[in-house]
Design a protein around this ligand. Structure first.
Ligand SMILES: N[C@@H](CCC(=O)N[C@@H](CS)C(=O)NCC(=O)O)C(=O)O
Length: 336
């Protein structure tokens, strides 16, 4: 890409942050041009005529052309990088979340954040005031869905992040985590297991590992764990698979074909059926539900605290904290 990129933005906006974040992750330089949306700088005749007829930022300028809409701009910046899945299913799934964000997340959470944090509750119009509770409810539903989707995903097991990277981030709040590859779904709760094309050739190795290390696990269980056919499993068990010479046993969890939790559960179940004493690991029993409950409780507590803080705030000094102890990442962003 040779054309210079300019981001027309308001740096405190989350929509603009998405574009900057993607550019930082793929290492693409961006010139930044700031507009004060509180003073109508995106509603001038000049802006409407030359930058975005919709009167909003972010707008990504590519040479002489302009791309409004944060997700379109983010997509442009990330195109061709590992942030954009090439597998058709994963690609559509990425788009699913981007469309969902614009329909169910942004209009509720971002708007409420803007109304409460920038406009101020006292300055809202009657029409806006009437929407508060509806948006809060829809915003909470969006956060709940995200919690449920993200809980149980393990970026280390999916080879996206290393412990060393996380440690660097813990030691230095300004450090930017380096991801090895784009996030990838490692666990689906419903429907047949989906394996990205890039991993499909690893399946026989994973199947062979289970057969060698846990011969008591049934073909039906392996088929569910790895997402494969019984014919393939039987061929590997009987060593008649057409590619047997090249199949080597490899831990399917390390290969990213299943999770440790699912494998442990299958091994324990098979061992029980076979009357073998299997080491039981109860750490994961219903931990997902417990974690979701904990997150929900935490969020409800934060909402109560934030509402109480808002009610008491009056005209006093405005803190940078969205919740006690948590700074708003979009406030006081130093220009880069
Ligand atoms: N769907 C658009 C929403 C853009 C948007 O609402 N931008 C706000 C700031 S986050 C804005 O420019 N507001 C100023 C105005 O409407 O005058 C996107 O994702 O880019």
């Amino acid at each position: 890409m040779t054309e210079a990129l300019v981001l027309h933005e308001y740096s405190a906006s989350g929509n603009c942050y998405k574009v900057r974040l993607a550019a930082a992750m793929v290492g693409m330089p961006l010139e930044r041009r700031e507009y004060d949306i509180m003073n109508g700088e995106t509603r001038t005749a000049d802006f409407l005529q030359h930058v975005n007829a919709n009167g909003r930022i972010p707008v990504l300028q590519v040479g002489e052309r302009f791309i409004p809409e944060s997700n379109a701009a983010t997509y442009y910046v990330a195109d061709g990088s590992p942030l954009i899945p090439t597998d058709p299913f994963d690609h559509a799934d990425m788009l699913r979340w981007m469309f969902w964000e614009q329909y169910s997340h942004e209009p509720n959470i971002a708007t409420l954040r803007f109304w409460t944090g920038w406009v101020g509750l006292d300055n809202l119009t009657e029409a806006q005031r009437l929407q508060l509770s509806v948006k809060r409810e829809a915003g909470n539903a969006a956060l709940k869905l995200m919690d449920e989707h993200l809980t149980g995903r393990d970026p280390i097991r999916a080879n996206e992040l290393t412990h060393a990277e996380i440690e660097k981030g813990q030691n230095d709040p300004d450090y930017r985590l380096q991801m090895h590859k784009a996030p990838e779904e490692v666990r689906r709760t419903r429907g047949p297991r989906y394996t990205p094309v890039s991993k499909r050739q690893d399946k026989p190795d994973g199947i062979y590992w289970i057969i060698k290390n846990h011969p008591e696990v049934t073909d039906g269980q392996i088929s569910k764990l790895i997402g494969t056919t019984r014919t393939t499993i039987a061929a590997i068990r009987e060593r008649t698979h057409w590619n047997m010479a090249n199949i080597t046993p490899k831990d399917p969890v390390t290969l990213g074909l299943t999770t440790q939790r699912e494998l442990d559960a299958a091994v324990a179940k098979a061992a029980k059926a076979a009357g073998i004493q299997a080491p039981t690991d109860t750490r994961f029993d219903s931990d997902r539900e417990a974690l979701i409950e904990e997150l929900r409780g935490e969020r409800e507590r934060h909402v109560r605290e934030a509402e109480a803080a808002l009610a008491n705030a009056g005209d006093e000094t405005v803190s940078d904290e969205i919740f006690p102890g948590i700074r708003d990442p979009f406030k006081n962003i130093p220009s880069e």
